[in-house]
Design a protein around this ligand. Structure first.
Ligand code: FES
Length: 310
């Protein structure tokens, strides 16, 4: 039976049974990288299997050993250790040039950069209300100090519930929950952390912001749950987590709805149904701007006490 290998976007050829994907591809003139000399020690020959994983040879001891040391997704194999046993297989080369090599292999603290993967996560957006007005009325130094003080407190709470801040932008932050936990735990943690942040803010307002600046800070929180692509990126020598996908946009939109509902906490139905002790809520259907998609939301927070300007 003929065995066929397709390197997607490059070439297709019949592959002899005694040759690994790496050997056969090199014979065909495909410029694979194989830094360790095909000894299962470097992983530069990684391939992403898109079709026919069941037609590949089982993992060798060498491949198993390497996988126990670095984080490789299930659909990634080592070309230097893998044979096509039957039928058709379609794969993509990952390290095509020096930049790919840098992106995937470059190390930080001895830890290799991980491959991207899909995860179901709880996506948590938080934004400050009326912050533009605060900036206009106070020194830039005070505004930065205030953001630092708030985000520092919020980060502690988010971390306590196993969440991770992915990004901050101006007066907003974006976190994700569920990198290690099951969906129910992730959703419950995200919502608990939202309520705890709201309580912490009351304390900070009373003991600090009102006392020193004559201000009451208000926030809006929106949470959604869904499948996203995650991975790491190295920037300025530090590893940053990337979380991307359509559900991230929905979570951001839900956070924006806090202004419309004049309430500081809104979650999607996908999060609400995962809660073990659901809070009292007002349910509504909203059409997501830009997509036309209808989603059910639950307004679970407190009404804003100060008028909103942004
Ligand atoms: S060439 Fe090094 S692991 Fe395959």
């Amino acid at each position: 039976m003929e065995k066929n290998l397709t390197l997607i976007g490059e070439k297709s050829f019949n592959i002899p049974p005694e040759k690994t994907i790496l050997q056969a591809s090199l014979d065909e003139g495909v410029p694979f990288r194989y830094e360790c000399g095909a000894k299962a020690r470097c992983s530069t020959c990684r391939i992403l299997v898109e079709e026919g994983a069941e037609n590949l040879s089982p993992m060798t001891l060498g491949e198993r050993h390497l996988r126990s040391q670095i984080n490789l997704s299930e659909n990634v194999r080592l070309a230097c250790q893998t044979y096509v046993k039957k039928g058709t297989v379609k794969v993509r080369r990952i390290m095509k040039d020096k930049t790919d090599y840098e992106l995937y292999i470059r190390k930080s603290n001895g830890e290799p950069a991980s491959m991207g993967k899909e995860l179901q996560l709880c996506l948590f957006f938080l934004d400050m209300r009326n912050f533009t007005r605060f900036m206009e009325l106070h020194l830039a130094f005070d505004a930065i100090h205030l953001i630092r003080k708030l985000f520092n407190s919020f980060e502690r709470i988010i971390n306590k519930y196993n969440g991770k801040i992915i990004e901050t932008a101006g007066d907003g932050l974006y976190a994700a929950f569920g990198f290690k936990e099951q969906p129910i735990e992730a959703a419950n943690n995200a919502v608990k952390s939202g309520f705890e942040i709201i309580e912490k803010l009351k304390e900070l307002n009373q003991d600090y912001f009102n006392k020193h600046f004559g201000e009451f800070i208000q926030i809006g929180i929106g949470i959604h749950y869904g499948k996203v692509a995650t991975g790491d990126i190295m920037l300025e020598g530090r590893k940053h987590k990337l979380v991307m996908g359509y559900p991230v946009n929905i979570a951001a939109r839900i956070q924006e709805l806090t202004k419309k509902y004049k309430n500081n906490f809104i979650i999607s139905d996908k999060v609400f149904i995962l809660l073990q002790s659901p809070p009292k809520s007002e349910q509504n259907t909203e059409i997501i701007r830009g997509t036309g998609e209808r989603i059910n939301i639950h307004v679970i927070g407190e009404d804003y006490k100060q008028p909103l300007t942004s």
